[in-house]
Ligand binder design. Sequence first.
Ligand code: ZN
Ligand code: ZN
Ligand code: ZN
Length: 178
Amino acid sequence: MPESLYSRSSEGMPDAPEAFPEPTHDHARCVDRALATAERVCAERGRRLTRDRRQVLEILLATHRAIGAYDIAARMDWSGRKPGSYAVYRALEFLEALGLVHRIKSRNAFVACTDPHAGHGAQFLICTGCDSIAEIAEPAVDRAVIAAAGRTGFTIARPIVEIEGLCPYCTERATVEA
Ligand SMILES: [Zn+2]
Ligand SMILES: [Zn+2]
Ligand SMILES: [Zn+2]
């Protein structure tokens, strides 16, 4: 594989292993932590994590990949109700407004937020090898984007950056196979 200007050093794992947790990590802990945060965020805003909202969040939390609304609808337990993507979209809208999930435009899909926050920017590292997505929130990137946009007179509505590449595990595999 050609050395890319943007590639990390080939020695060892990157500085922030939790951004791309090992495939064998205890994901139940990620889920528990995120659900507890979601409950807290909803309580603080005086909103309710209804059954649909919680279910959508749980489906997104089940993976570190992005999932489209139709796939979410297909995984929902509708308990006798007629399955509907409308309910899913409404739940997603609610969760997105609270910063609990993010829309990944380039994938037309959604991911659960790993560190819920509302209103500030985020950068998503999207692995084209395994589709896993890591969210980083680098204040220096936020500041640079805001400053650069400001110089053009542009008003930012959604300071989200989507970056494609290979996660540490796919990078390693690509290196081994090269
Ligand atoms: Zn996890
Ligand atoms: Zn987030
Ligand atoms: Zn990957």
